[in-house]
Design a protein around this ligand. Structure first.
Ligand SMILES: [Zn+2]
Ligand SMILES: [Zn+2]
Length: 327
C-alpha cells in the first residue's frame, strides 16, 4: 500500500509539474474516486486558467487544447547515445542521394550551415542556377495525415483516385498512382494492413484547424514505418526520424500530455504487436523524443476538402528548419 501511495504521488506530482493540470485532476479523482485532496485545488486552478483564456476565443477544440495541453522544456536525456543527439554525415548523404534521384537535373543539396556555429544546423544550397517558377523537387511523403478522409481517396496521400485506381492486393486500400501504392507498401502499409485504427481517426473527423486529435495520427504513420523497417533497431535510427532537427537543450517548450506522449503511442505499438515492456527500442523516452521531433518539423494547412492536412515531408524538412533558423 505504501509503495502504491508513493507511486501515485510521484505520477500525480509529475503531471502537475508538466503543466498537465487536467490530467492531474482526472488522475487524482480516479485515485480517490471523488473530487477531494489535490484534485480540488487543481480544478480551481483549471477554472482560473479557463477564465484567463476566455478572451482568446477560438473553437471548442482550441479552448479544450489550451486548457488540457501541458508543456515541457525538451532536454537531452543524459543516457542517449551521441548519434541520436545530432544529424550525422550519413543522414546528410542519404538526403543528398534522395535529392539526386529526384527531379533532373539536381537543383539543390544539403550541407552544414555556414551561418551558425551550431554543429547540427544544416543548410540547403542551390546546385545550379534556378529559374523562377521551376519545379526543383517532388516530395512524396508517407507521413501526411488529414482530418477528413473521403470515401474515394488515396490511402497514402488522400488525393482523388481515378475511376481505375491502383489497388492493394492485400486489402481494400486504393491509391491514386503506382507511386503512392509502392511508397505505402514499401514503408508502412504492411505494418498497418488489416488493422482498425478508427479509435484514433474518429476524434479528428471534421476538424478544420490544427488540433490535438491530429497529433497521434502522425505518430501512427511514423511508428508504423519504424515497425515495418524493423523492431530490432532504434526508431531514432530510422532514416525519416534521424533527419528531423532535434531542438533539445535550446530552452524549447514542447506540448506534453501523458495521453498523447505516452499512453497513445503505447496503445498504437501494442496494436502493431510490439511488446513495449520487452523491447527497449520503444522505451517511453524514445517515444517522447519522436513526438518532439514530429512537433518541431511538421507543417500543416487548412484544406477545403480534407479539413486540416499535416505532414512531415522528408525532403522539405531541411528547407523548413532553415526557414525557422533564419526567422
Ligand atoms: Zn496518392
Ligand atoms: Zn493491405
Amino acid at each position: 500500500m505504501e509503495a502504491n501511495r508513493r507511486a501515485y504521488e510521484t505520477l500525480g506530482q509529475a503531471l502537475y509539474d508538466c503543466h498537465c493540470h487536467w490530467e492531474a485532476a482526472e488522475f487524482w479523482e480516479g485515485v480517490s474516486k471523488k473530487t477531494c485532496g489535490p484534485a480540488e485545488g487543481i480544478r480551481q486552478l483549471l477554472k482560473q486558467k479557463k477564465d484567463a483564456a476566455l478572451p482568446l476565443g477560438g473553437t471548442l477544440q482550441e479552448q479544450k487544447d489550451r486548457l488540457r495541453d501541458g508543456g515541457v522544456v525538451t532536454v537531452q536525456y543524459p543516457w542517449m547515445q551521441q548519434c541520436h543527439l545530432t544529424r550525422s554525415q550519413e543522414v546528410v548523404n542519404l538526403v543528398n542521394d534522395e535529392l539526386r534521384e529526384n527531379e533532373e537535373p539536381t537543383a539543390c543539396y544539403l550541407g552544414r550551415s555556414t551561418l551558425t556555429s551550431r554543429d547540427d544546423m544544416l543548410e540547403i544550397h542551390a546546385a545550379r542556377p534556378i529559374q523562377k517558377g521551376e519545379c526543383i523537387l517532388i516530395d512524396r511523403t508517407t507521413t501526411g495525415i488529414c482530418s477528413n478522409v473521403g470515401n474515394e481517396c488515396c490511402d497514402n496521400c488522400y488525393g482523388h483516385v481515378t475511376s481505375s485506381p491502383t489497388r492493394a492486393t492485400c486489402c481494400s486500400a486504393v491509391y491514386c498512382s503506382a507511386a503512392c501504392h509502392d511508397l505505402a507498401l514499401n514503408t508502412y502499409h504492411k505494418a498497418l494492413c488489416g488493422q482498425d485504427f478508427r479509435w484514433l481517426s474518429a476524434p479528428a473527423k471534421g476538424l478544420t484547424h490544427n488540433a490535438s486529435p491530429l497529433r497521434p495520427l502522425l505518430m501512427l504513420r511514423i511508428l508504423a514505418s519504424c515497425v515495418q523497417t524493423s523492431v530490432e533497431t532504434s526508431p531514432l535510427d530510422h532514416p525519416l526520424i534521424a533527419r528531423l532537427q532535434p531542438l533539445a537543450d535550446c530552452s524549447h517548450l514542447d506540448v506534453f500530455t501523458f495521453a498523447e506522449s505516452i499512453t497513445t503511442p503505447i496503445r498504437i505499438l501494442q496494436q502493431l504487436n510490439v511488446d513495449i515492456f520487452a523491447n527497449r527500442n520503444f522505451y517511453t523516452m524514445v517515444l517522447h523524443t519522436i513526438w518532439t521531433r514530429i512537433a518541431n518539423n511538421k507543417a500543416g494547412a487548412a484544406d477545403r476538402e480534407r479539413g486540416f492536412v499535416d505532414a512531415i515531408s522528408p525532403l522539405l524538412v531541411p528547407f523548413q528548419s532553415q526557414l525557422r533558423a533564419e526567422c
